[in-house]
Design a protein around this ligand. Sequence first.
Ligand SMILES: [Mn+2]
Length: 343
Amino acid sequence: MELSQEKINALRLLVETEPKNIVILSHTNPDGDAIGSSLAWGEALRKKGHKVTCIVPNKYPYYLDWMTGISELVIFKTDSEGRAIKAVAEADMLFCLDFHTLSRLDEPLSRVIAQNSSAKRVLIDHHLNPSESFDVMFSLPEASSTSYLVCNIITALWGAESISAAQAEVLYVGMMTDTGNFSFSNLTPTLYRTIATLAETGINIPQIYNNVYNSFTEGRARLFGYTINRKMRFMRKGTVAYMSLTEEEMRRFWFQQGDSEGFVNYPLTVKKMRMSAIFIEHKDFIRVSLRSRGAVDVNLFAGRYFEGGGHHNAAGGKSFVSMEETIARFEAAVEEFAKEGLL
Ligand SMILES: [Mn+2]
């Protein structure tokens, strides 16, 4: 991963001037990478004298509660004081982190953002196919996380020594969670060098791991068992798997946001598995999450059949029909995909 010097210079011009009002936005259902990159970048900008507001559309999972600075995040959905609307209206600069299209932010947040047309817009992201124009764009799909990108951008601008232990900790969370604790693709030598510089700040890596991965509720453990045992279906000689959860099933296990995080990865522990999906019922739609191994392109699959996208081996989308129909559509899509030799 190589950051273009030209873009770093353009970014420097924007952030090394007089103090500005800055808003950092990340995606709906914010994960460790969305939160980690936002908090670390926000802190870096505050050190330069800027006034920074980090906004996420809805609440993050409870197992990220412990992250330094997370209580300062404005959660748009429950922001009764209108802090987000005010911050966006006053913003001289908007940073979009860990997502690339403002439509991923649901109404009315996307409308609020559209109203501020004068703010400079900067993208820092690692998803495929950015669809909007930004004044400066760091769009690097080969980066394993946005936190990794932010870490490299801070280093390019102000040196690795400018990264505090608190920043290193939240960046590590993003890098760890987006790579499945460093087990997916894009694990480059430079990634490990970057981790080494974070480790030098004295962060406690086993403790970070415990805080994130060993902090679930009993309900989550039982929901996981139920999902794998009762809801996992195999197709195509055990090379494709899918699972589904209705709202009623989730209520039965005292579901909290984030509890189904990672379930979709589990079928890939079966040796022949090439693709895995989970369908999670929400109020107005079904969220589709997809994972794959090797050449199977779930970014393409999500775009074609579920109005979504993401990365080559990890993507997501939405379905606006019933669970039954969603499953039927998925099965048909898998057969079509296979017929084209894509599976
Ligand atoms: Mn990410």
